[in-house]
Design a protein around this ligand. Sequence first.
Ligand code: CO
Length: 213
Amino acid sequence: MESYQRLLLNNKAWVQDKLNLHRDFFERSAADQRPEFLWIGCSDSRVPAEEITGAEPGELFVHRNIANLVIHTDFNVLSVIQFATQVLKVKHIIVCGHYGCGGIKTAMTRRDLGLINKWLRHIKDVYHSNQLELGSISDDQMRYKRLVELNVVEQVNHLAQISIVQRSWRTENQPTLHGWVYDIHTGLLKSLVQIKPGTISDNIYRYDFEDLP
Ligand code: CO
């Protein structure tokens, strides 16, 4: 059997499991989605959003890219954020990084990988703006882990700086922003930062909305 065929077989077994628990599982889930959470995670195969959080279909709206970056010119992530806040009206946005992240590790090297240099450049910028702290960590592994954490915090700050998020803060008083890190050695999630609606640390990133009272 080809490896991909296992996935199709597993799918049949999964459908049966769900139907055994709830005969109408798919009819109910097909009707609508009302997820409370937008999950922005790494594409890494070892960090499956639903599995590590015990979430069921319909609970997480998910966006994943290399090293869980929130870049203010990336139409992909911005479209996801706009739909999640304006249409789905999610209560929470979670940025989840992970120790052992290949994107973070590569960004710490001088390797030239072509196109992906442009993506990883954003992580080099996080390193650059935290080089005092990172430079004081002599252990390579510890410095790598700390950059994983600092990158999550930076991406959560980016969320707070996006006008779409600030507009939702004004109209809905949500979402709350969270930065988490997943430890691939223990399977545990750890919260690093939480930003409540309306909290903008630097006024240069604050937007006024003339159409809102
Ligand atoms: Co990763």
